[in-house]
Design a protein around this ligand. Structure first.
Ligand SMILES: NC(=O)c1ccc[n+]([C@@H]2O[C@H](COP(=O)([O-])OP(=O)(O)OC[C@H]3O[C@@H](n4cnc5c(N)ncnc54)[C@H](OP(=O)(O)O)[C@@H]3O)[C@@H](O)[C@H]2O)c1
Length: 404
C-alpha cells in the first residue's frame, strides 16, 4: 500500500464503527478513507453524521467494490461476521476486526484462509480494547520464556465488582448502573457469565502459546451467582473477588486455562484494576512479571486499536502465527488441581463434586461454604450442575502464588 490508498469498506456503524469514523477524521497520517458502510438498518438514527450515499445493507456492494482494499468488520454477530471475513480473505482483501466471538469460534479456519490466500487478518481490538495485547504477544514475546497470561479481560463485570467492593453497592444496583452507563449489554449474560473473557482468552492463547483451544473445552464460570455472603467472606479475608481469565504453563509440555472469579490479595497488580478497566499480567522466565493496564472497551478506545491495525496494514504487517510452527508446543490439560471456595445452600455440593481434599467447611442456617481442592476436569464434567443459583465458586490461586 502507498501513502494515499487505504480505502475502507466498513461493516457495522454502532458503538465501535462510529468510533472508527471519528478517530479517522482526526488521523491525517492514516491516509485512510471510509468509502462504504454496511449496516443492518439504513434508516436508523446515528450519532455520527456520515454521508448517506455511502451506506448499504448489501454486503456484496462492499465486497465486490474494486476500490475497497481493506475491510473493517465491527458488527455484533459472529456468524455473519465470519461470512464477511471469509469472503473478503478469499478475494485477497485484508480484514481488520474486533469481533472476539467470531475469532474465538473460527480462528483455525481464518488462519488457514490467511495462509491460502496470502492475506492478513488483524484483530488487536478483539482482546482488551485499547491495550495492545495481541501484537505484543505475537512479536515481543516470540520465545519460550512466556509462562502465564492472566488478567481482567471484561470491563462490565469488573465495573460491577468494583461498585460492590469499593462503594458498598448491591450487585443488582451495580449491574443496573453498568447498563445505564453502556458498560453492560441489555442482555448482560455474555459479560457476567464469563463468555466475553473466555473468547478473549482463546484468542490470547493462540498468540501466547501457539495453541488453539475450542471455547467449549474451557471451564468458564462467571459472577452471575455472587451473593452478599461471598462479598462478606472476601471482605473478612481482605481480598477482592475479580473475574479472572488465565492461561498458565505448568511445565514445558503442558498448560491449562480457565475463566473464574478469583480471590485477589492486595499485593497483586490486578487488585487495583477497578471500574471498567482491564489489566493483563504477563509472566515469564527471566523477566518475572509485566503489567498492561487500560481501557478494555468503549467506542474511542476500541477504535484506537482498530486504527493501529489500519496503520499496521500500511506497512503490510500481518500475524505470522510463528508459535504455531514451533517444533514443540505445550498441550492443553485439565488434569490440574485448583483450590476453590464454594458457597452453597440447597445443593449439597459435597454430593455433587468429587473433591480431592477438603480443608475447611462451614455450615450455618443460611449459608454454607467449603474450601477444597478439586480437579479442573471434574469442574468441567459437572459444569451444567454448577450453574444452580444457590452456588458460587471462586478460585483461590495457587500457581505461582507469590508472584502473579
Ligand atoms: N463496544 C465495545 O466496547 C467493543 C470493544 C471491543 C470489541 N468489540 C466488538 O466489536 C463489534 C461491534 O461492537 P459494537 O459495540 O460496536 O456493536 P453495536 O453497537 O451493537 O453495533 C453493531 C453494528 O453492526 C451492524 N450489523 C449487525 N449485523 C449486521 C450485518 N449482518 N451486516 C451489516 N451490519 C450489521 C449494526 O447495524 P445497525 O446499526 O443498522 O443495527 C450495528 O451498526 C462486536 O464484535 C464486539 O464484540 C466491541
Amino acid at each position: 500500500m502507498n501513502a494515499t490508498n487505504i480505502k475502507i469498506g466498513l461493516f457495522g456503524f454502532g458503538t465501535v464503527g462510529q468510533g472508527i469514523y471519528r478517530v479517522l477524521e482526526r488521523s491525517a497520517n492514516a491516509h485512510a478513507q471510509i468509502c462504504r458502510i454496511c449496516v443492518r438498518d439504513i434508516n436508523k438514527p446515528r450519532d455520527v453524521d456520515a454521508p448517506r450515499d455511502i451506506f448499504t445493507t448489501n454486503a456484496d456492494d462492499i465486497l465486490n467494490d474494486p476500490e475497497v482494499n481493506l475491510i473493517v468488520e465491527v458488527i455484533d454477530k459472529a456468524e455473519p461476521a465470519f461470512e464477511i471475513a471469509s469472503k473478503a480473505l478469499s478475494k485477497g482483501i485484508p480484514v481488520v476486526t474486533g469481533n472476539k466471538a467470531m475469532l474465538a469460534q473460527h480462528l483455525p479456519e481464518l488462519i488457514e484462509l490467511q495462509r491460502k490466500h496470502n492475506v492478513a487478518l488483524l484483530y488487536d481490538a478483539s482482546s482488551c480494547g485499547s491495550i495492545p495485547v495481541i501484537r505484543n504477544l505475537e512479536e515481543y514475546y516470540d520465545n519460550d520464556l512466556l509462562l502465564e497470561v492472566k488478567g481482567i479481560l471484561n470491563g462490565s463485570s469488573n465495573y460491577i465488582l468494583s461498585r460492590v467492593f469499593d462503594h458498598g453497592e448491591s450487585y443488582d444496583s451495580a449491574l443496573r448502573h453498568a447498563q445505564e452507563l453502556g458498560f453492560a449489554e441489555s442482555d448482560p449474560s455474555f459479560d457476567i457469565e464469563g463468555f466475553d473473557a473466555l473468547f478473549k482468552l482463546v484468542i490470547i492463547t493462540v498468540h501466547a502459546l501457539g495453541v488453539y483451544v475450542k471455547p467449549d473445552d474451557v471451564f468458564t464460570y462467571g459472577i452471575a451467582n455472587i451473593h452478599d455472603a461471598d462479598i462478606q467472606y472476601a471482605r473478612e479475608k481482605r481480598v477482592k473477588i475479580k473475574l479472572v481469565a488465565q492461561v498458565v504453563k505448568l511445565d514445558q509440555d503442558k498448560f491449562t486455562m480457565f475463566v473464574m472469579p478469583e480471590f485477589v490479595t492486595k499485593s497483586k497488580y490486578i487488585y487495583s484494576v477497578d471500574d471498567e478497566y482491564n489489566g493483563v499480567v504477563i509472566r515469564g522466565e527471566c523477566y518475572d512479571r509485566q503489567f498492561m493496564f487500560g481501557k478494555g472497551a468503549g467506542s474511542l478506545p476500541t477504535a484506537s486499536s482498530i486504527l493501529s491495525d489500519i496503520m499496521a496494514r500500511r506497512h503490510d504487517y500481518r500475524y505470522e502465527y510463528k508459535k504455531m510452527n514451533y517444533l514443540s508446543r505445550p498441550s492443553y490439560t485439565t488434569d490440574v488441581t485448583l483450590k476453590v471456595y464454594v458457597r452453597f445452600s440447597a445443593t449439597n455440593i459435597l454430593h455433587v463434586i468429587n473433591f480431592e481434599r477438603v480443608y475447611e467447611q462451614y455450615i450455618s442456617d443460611n449459608n454454607n461454604y467449603v474450601i477444597a481442592d478439586v480437579k479442573l476436569s471434574e469442574l468441567i464434567a459437572k459444569r451444567e450442575r454448577l450453574n444452580a443459583p444457590d452456588l458460587f465458586f471462586a478460585n483461590i490461586p495457587q500457581f505461582y502464588i507469590d508472584r502473579d
